[in-house]
Design a protein around this ligand. Sequence first.
Ligand code: ARG
Length: 265
Amino acid sequence: MTGKLKFARAALIAAAVAVASAGAVGTAQARTAPPKTDIVGGSLASTAQAPWAIALNNNHSPVPSGQYCGATLVKANKIVTAAHCVTESRSSYTAIQGRDSLSSTAGKTSKISKIWKDPQYGRVAGHDVAVMTLTTPFTGVATLPLETSRSADAVGAQSTVYGWGDTEQTGPADRFQKVLVPVLGDAYCGDVYASDGYVANGEICAGYKEGGKDSCQGDSGGPLVLNGRLFGVVSWGIGCADAGNPGVYAEVATYATALTTQINN
Ligand code: ARG
């Protein structure tokens, strides 16, 4: 039994209770910690500087702002997110662009007309990627190109993750944040997450061995950016920012062919 947490906000509570009742001591904190309200250990970011960062709200989100997951604008009418973020009904989602504080009404919004979830997701490890089509394209907004080279996933690569997720009290709630998370490498996560199904060909291990800075619940689906490209998609971790438990990201290069097919159709 592990405490692997790969749930968007709405699913987190039920999942934590299910795991706790199954007797997993290691995850009790996820259930009993005070309500967490963005990225842990990060700093305020600006959607003016990261216009391709999309907040993916959902009507069933447990937080008042509706904040649920993140996503990335890769074409005027296409966003890439995590497969585990697309389990709710299509009409319950709203994509939001250009809104630094989710308590404001700044920026553009769109409903979703189509959802593609990697068909292998849930059957085999990895594959935590999905593409949503926007009803109202975010025309004129800068998009992020996909990383297509698997060699980008190299130890020490300086990637940055963005999102509106949980800060674990290290920052304000519902504000757009970013944090630098260097690539730790497949060998490290293959070791610390050996029993959690980490897959080297399909996932990226990034963060700090000592903890302190990480993505967290609500950041899922959002962008891990390297060299101006979409390098990873926030996927899972055990807890957030804990020593020895770094963040795991879907490796965009591994799925780039499948994603590109969806983005172009
Ligand atoms: N699964 C989480 C979500 O839905 C993301 C968890 C990322 N965890 C981490 N420790 N980096 O928001």
